[in-house]
Design a protein around this ligand. Sequence first.
Ligand code: ZN
Length: 226
Amino acid sequence: MKIDEGIGYIELHSVVNEIPLVFRPTVIWDDKDVILIDTGYPGQFEAIRDQLAKLTPGRLTKIIITHHDYDHIGSLYEVISGFNHKIEVFANELTKPYIQGEKKLMKTGVTVPVIQVDTTITDGQVLPFCGGISVIFTPGHTPDHLSLYHHAAKTLISGDALTADQGQLQYPTKKFTLDMDQAIQSITRFLDYEIDKAICFHGGVCKNQVMERLAALAAGKVTSDQ
Ligand SMILES: [Zn+2]
């Protein structure tokens, strides 16, 4: 689903503990690059390939990982091996050992098939792709979590630093968030950006009064029913 010039998301469906879930990895593209942000649980290669082809004519060149949770890196190995061309993998230093199979994932205790991270990315960096993508370190949901900001479309890619429910931004889900105080503190980082809309991996796109909502979430003023 395209949401603005050169940015959109795909939808991956999984059933976890008999509950059907939808994940929405963001896709950013221009005439040089197609960048996928996060990959879903294992078994999603075909869905990712087919939906990317519908969204943009270019071929996948880069994958950026927001954090090491299984629903974000589970299909990384399959996507990298499924396409028959080089795809660069970007992640931060803390996420790297999980992707490279050196550490067990914090929440599930599994290890994933080894993929090499090509480039490590850090807080404050502006990646020179697709008009500029800023890296915002947002620990809390996991200690390695980062979010991204796509300057051209003024869009926040929150990863799991936020969720969305019926078009409204929410705190990350409590039971999957390792340090909620830190997660709320991390939301204050978003206030430095001019955000027109936000895409959450869980919950989708929010467009209504995003800055006001972010300020309320950062101030701890939103009641969470999760
Ligand atoms: Zn997640």
